[in-house]
Design a binder for this molecule. Structure first.
Ligand code: CU
Length: 203
């Protein structure tokens, strides 16, 4: 468990499509670590999708949202929020639904707090006028890595076939956990070096 401090900006920008056309978007941009005096340089630099928010199960996540405004649409003064889609907030303050809590005006910041208990893949999005803002690009990927990865139940290297590929590490961790009953279950015993089945059974 760790403390995670992140800062995202809400602004607009342009993306280039495969056919060469450019499209105007609303979106988020990663401001983590950016000094205050340089924040304005990130106006109009939204990315699509928004920056990845990757945390660990049980982490304490402090996510600050700063509304940088829309330099491409200066007549709009929309506020924004961050809604962690699927997060079981106990109170509405950090849920990002403006009707039930608050939204962030242009030039202001607000810090959300999350302590994720459920590993998995999620998304976050702005919840202010969400039909328009999400369609315009105000969404991003969100990953909660399981605590099992940091505290495996078996010694490292026990399962030589465990891949370090991120996309399969969750399943590998699960396999490590389910490995121990094998020798006593009468199932094909794995080769201790390769991890593959030898076809032999014991028991
Ligand atoms: Cu928004």
């Amino acid at each position: 468990m760790a403390r995670i401090d992140k800062r995202f900006g809400a602004t607009d920008g342009w993306i280039r499509m495969p056919d060469g056309t450019r499209h105007y978007i609303f979106g988020f941009v990663d401001l983590t670590g950016v000094p205050e005096e340089r924040l304005a340089l990130y106006r109009g630099r939204a990315t699509l999708p928004g920056p990845l928010l990757e945390v660990g199960e049980g982490d304490e996540v402090y996510l600050t949202l700063t509304n940088l405004g829309f330099p491409g649409r200066p007549e709009l003064d929309d506020t924004h929020t961050i809604h962690w889609h699927g997060f079981p907030n106990q109170i509405p303050l950090w849920d990002g639904v403006p009707e039930a809590s608050i939204s962030v005006p242009v030039g202001r910041s607000f810090t959300y707090y999350f302590k994720p208990a459920n590993p998995g893949t999620y998304m976050y999005h702005c919840h202010f006028e969400p039909v328009e803002h999400i369609q315009m690009g105000m969404l991003g990927p969100l990953i909660v890595r399981p605590a099992l990865e940091k505290n495996p139940p078996l010694p490292a290297g026990f399962l030589p076939t465990t891949t370090r590929l991120r996309s399969t590490s969750v399943r590998s961790s699960f396999c490590s956990r389910s490995w121990t009953p094998w020798p006593t279950a009468g199932w094909p015993q794995p080769n201790p070096t390769t991890g593959r089945s030898t076809g032999r059974t014991i028991g």
